[in-house]
Design a protein around this ligand. Structure first.
Ligand code: HEM
Length: 357
C-alpha cells in the first residue's frame, strides 16, 4: 500500500524523500542508496564507527571518574550516534563527543521533529491549509534546513569516491537531475533515521539492564568471557554474543524506537486485512507498541525476559511468545535499509559493559 502523504509529507512544497516517494521512484532511489548499506561498505566504515565508540568510552572514563559519578547516558548515546551518522552522511562529525554537548543543528532537528508532529496532527484533523502557512514561518525547521545545506555543500565538495551512506545518491545527482533541495531533505532523513533510533534503543536497553541486575550480570559474563582483548571486538564478532542479541531484541520489543506512525492508504477497491474488508482510502498502520505489549503475542508482555529470544521460534510459540511479531525495522520493500547498523548498538553496548560498568 502507498504511504499516506499526511504522515510522510504534510508540507506540500517540501521535496520528496525516500520516505514519501512513490513506489517506482522509491525502488530506484533505494537501489542507489543500498551500496552504502552493503556488507562490504559496512566493513569499510567499521574503523570510522569504532573511532567514535572508543572516543565515547575514553570520554566516559575521563568525565565520570571510572563510573563513580552519575551521568546522563541518553545524551552520550545521542552524541555518539549523531557523530557517527554525521560522518557517514556528511563526511564530517558534529563533534558532540569532543565538545560534550549537542551541536546546535541537532537541537534544531529535535525541535523540527516535534514541529513536524504537530503539522501532521493539524493536517490529520483537516487543517492542511493552515499547515502550509505555518510551515513558511517555522524558524526551527528553517534553521535545521540551513545547517543541512551548509553541511551538504561541504560533503559534495569532497573529492573522490567515498564508501559512505550518501555516495549512492550523490553520484546519481546529475544523471537523475536531483535538486540540491531534494538531496538536503534526504540527507536530513538519513541522519535522523540512523542516529536517534539507535540512541533510543541503547537508552532503553541500558535502563532495562540497570533495573535488572541479574540480567546485567549474565550479559557481562557473556561479553567478558567471549574475547581476549578489546581488539577482537568487531561488528562481525559481536554476532556470536547470543545473549547480547537477545537483550537487544527484548529492548527493541519493550522500547521500539519507531513505535507508530508508519501509516499507509488502502488502495482503490479496498483490501482484505487480517481477514476483514477495509474500504479504499482508509488510513491503516501497524502499531509496534501495541503488538509488542499484547498478550496475544507474548507471554507476560511487560516483563523484561531476554531468554524468550534464545528459544527457537517453535519452542517460543509453545510458551506463548510469537517471536516473528517483533518487527522493529518494519517489513517489506520499505523496511529499514539501515537495520544492519543496529550491530552498532551491540558493538557500543559491549564497550560500555566491558570497560566502564
Ligand atoms: C534501532 C535502530 C533502528 C530502528 C528501530 C529503525 C526502524 C526503522 C523503521 C521502522 C523504518 C520503516 C519506516 C517506514 O515505513 O516509513 C525505517 C526506515 C528507514 N531507516 Fe531505520 N531504523 C533504525 C536504524 C537505522 C539506521 C542506523 C539507519 C541509517 C544509518 C536507518 C535508515 C533508515 C532509512 C533510510 C529508512 C527509509 C527506508 C525506505 O523508505 O526505503 N535506520 N527504519
Amino acid at each position: 500500500m502507498t504511504k499516506a502523504k499526511t504522515f510522510t509529507k504534510p508540507i506540500r512544497d517540501r521535496p520528496e524523500t525516500i520516505l514519501s516517494l512513490n513506489r517506482e521512484d522509491h525502488s530506484k532511489f533505494r537501489r542507489a542508496l543500498s551500496h552504502g548499506f552493503s556488507d562490504s561498505a559496512l566493513r569499510q566504515q567499521e574503523p570510522l564507527i569504532a573511532k567514535y565508540i572508543d572516543l565515547l568510552i575514553s570520554r566516559l572514563h575521563e568525565e565520570y571518574d571510572n563510573g563513580k559519578k552519575r551521568c546522563n547516558l541518553e545524551a552520550w548515546y545521542n552524541w555518539t550516534t549523531f557523530d557517527v551518522v554525521g560522518d557517514l552522511v556528511f563526511g564530517q562529525s558534529f563533534h558532540c563527543l569532543e565538545n560534550i554537548d549537542y551541536h546546535p543543528w541537532i537541537e534544531s532537528i529535535f525541535k523540527s521533529v516535534r514541529f513536524s508532529a504537530i503539522m501532521i496532527a493539524l493536517t490529520y484533523i483537516g487543517l492542511g491549509e493552515l499547515v502550509q502557512i505555518i510551515a513558511k514561518c517555522g524558524s526551527s525547521l528553517r534553521r535545521a534546513r540551513q545547517y543541512t545545506r551548509n553541511m551538504l555543500n561541504v560533503r559534495l565538495a569532497m573529492e573522490g569516491k567515498r564508501d559512505d551512506l550518501f555516495e549512492g545518491i550523490a553520484k546519481k545527482r546529475d544523471e537523475w537531475n536531483i535538486s540540491f533541495e531534494m538531496l538536503t531533505a534526504n540527507a536530513f532523513i538519513l541522519v535522523i533515521a540512523g542516529s536517534e533510533t539507535t540512541a533510543t534503543t541503547l537508552s532503553g536497553a541500558t535502563s532495562l539492564l540497570l533495573s535488572h541486575p541479574d540480567i546485567l550480570e549474565k550479559l557481562q559474563r557473556e561479553v567478558r568471557s567471549s574475547f581476549k582483548s578489546a581488539d577482537e571486538i568487531t561488528i562481525t564478532s559481536v554476532n556470536k554474543l547470543h545473549y547480547m542479541l537477545a537483550v537487544l531484541n527484548e529492548a527493541l520489543r519493550l522500547y521500539p524506537p519507531v513505535m507508530a506512525g508508519l501509516v499507509r492508504t488502502v488502495p482503490r477497491g479496498g483490501e482484505q486485512i487480517a481477514g476483514r474488508y477495509v474500504p479504499e482510502g482508509t488510513l491503516v498502520e501497524v502499531q509496534q507498541w501495541s503488538i509488542n505489549h499484547s498478550k496475544d503475542n507474548w507471554n507476560d508482555p511487560w516483563a523484561f525476559q531476554p531468554e524468550r529470544f534464545l528459544a527457537t521460534p517453535e519452542a517460543a510459540a509453545k510458551d506463548g511468545d510469537k517471536l516473528e511479531s517483533l518487527q522493529p525495522f518494519s517489513a517489506g520493500p520499505r523496511n529499514c535499509i539501515g537495520r544492519k547498523y543496529d550491530r552498532i548498538a551491540s558493538f557500543s553496548d559491549f564497550f560500555v559493559y566491558n570497560k566502564v560498568t
